[in-house]
Design a protein around this ligand. Sequence first.
Ligand code: FAD
Length: 477
Amino acid sequence: MSNFSLNKSELKSKYDVIVLGAGVAGLICGTFLAKHGKKVLIIERHSIPGGYCTSFKRKGFIFDAAVHHIGGCGKWSVVGRCLKELDISINFQQLDPMDSIHYPSFSIDVPAEIDDYVDLLMKRFPSEREQLSLFFKEFTRLYRATFSTERHEMLIKYQNLTYKEMLDNFFTDEQLKMTLSAQWGYIGSPPHEVSAIGMCQMLVNYLKDGAYFPVGGTQNFSDTITQKFIDYGGHIMLSSSAEKVLTEDSIIKGVTTQKGEKISADTFVSNIDPKQTFFRLIDKNTVDDSFLSKVENMKESVSFFLLYLGLDDKIDLKCLKRGFYHTSNNLNFSGSDWFYISVPTEVDSSLAPDNKQIISVVASSRDDYDDIDDWAVYKNKMKEHTINYLENLVPDIQNHIEVIDAATPKTLHRYTLNSKGAAYGWAVTVGQTGPNRLPHTTPFKNLFLAGHWTNPGPGICAVVSSGWRVANMILNK
Ligand SMILES: Cc1cc2nc3c(=O)[nH]c(=O)nc-3n(C[C@H](O)[C@H](O)[C@H](O)COP(=O)(O)OP(=O)(O)OC[C@H]3O[C@@H](n4cnc5c(N)ncnc54)[C@H](O)[C@@H]3O)c2cc1C
């Protein structure tokens, strides 16, 4: 992995724009600004850029820390268009099938093309044929509306509806509703809680614009953007934590780092958790009370347990399809478990040495972050639970493991400072989506927010869009 960090002697005392955090939103925002001639500094506490979109290496195996694939990387979709604008080229492998869905009572492969998926569902659920056609038309219209800058009639129509309510309005077949709900783990809230708009943004993005894996791993995605940022003249300080944000009369003046540097700028972008931004970095007495109380009362999304396995080349993993494995047929999903399992070496064999293989598992976590007293005990319990589940799918797997690592919500918090290790910023519920999420603007005229805590929401495609929007807001100011 390259060392992108600035030489201390090159650090300026003043920039046009300072971006706090080198998550994907911060990187995209900074790169657009640098491309348009702004002097930009990105400050990142981790030693590598990318936030959740990073990888780590153990004994020759390259594991993706969190992100497994990216939506909308085709040339007409959001990520594809953004990379083109920035003149960035990344080699992606499109996933085909896009996914697979497993319940104890049935399984379905989700094809890479949305029309093939609709055909498959119509064949499987013939009594819902007409409704399926209406639903996908409506879902696609709603998806398009999420890109409009005005309050589109479709957004108004669905703004108070959960995804479950939307499905109930269209369908009666319970198995079909389970199928169309199975991928809710990609957005973090179950169908009876997740906003119909949020689920639509995530699902149609994958179904219509495809799911892609960046060859070489997700770090490659973040590194390539970082390199372009530097090529456009941007400065990045890694292993550098913003410790205080200095304010004066509703204006942000500067930032101090844990190493004691004090740097000023005309404009600031926070790509980090708003609770940290407004309650720790900024003196909260200088922040508008109603804004502070909004931030204080918002609820974080779920976090996950992650298992990373490096395996020898002697076990056949062909039967292990990438996708969601639900452990019960309960459509309510309250308290039910699922595992998202993938074999990234099936897509990109270069991630492991000598034809060896990788399994990556994301497990839903029933325990509340604040209720966990002993994280080591939790980690061992979840490790055992996950390996036992894998053993049912691939007998004898335990005897083929060469490398094992795991991450808990605490680990995700430690690496990113996202509150409670939140995977997706604020939970994507009806009360926290669209106009109810935090806007890009803040009570400080020269402070903007980019990333999954703000609009349009979580996931790499959405945060790319968020970083791009904020850059445009600054450039058009
Ligand atoms: C387990 C898991 C799996 C996921 N899988 C997918 C997937 O397959 N596809 C997908 O599209 N999305 C996925 N997501 C969601 C996606 O990863 C996030 O929504 C997205 O990466 C968030 O990007 P971001 O730019 O908002 O910020 P983050 O990635 O949260 O980055 C914030 C950055 O700010 C830095 N920072 C924090 N505090 C400071 C400070 N004081 N000073 C300096 N720097 C600081 C952090 O170190 C971090 O680098 C997944 C998330 C998780 C947790």
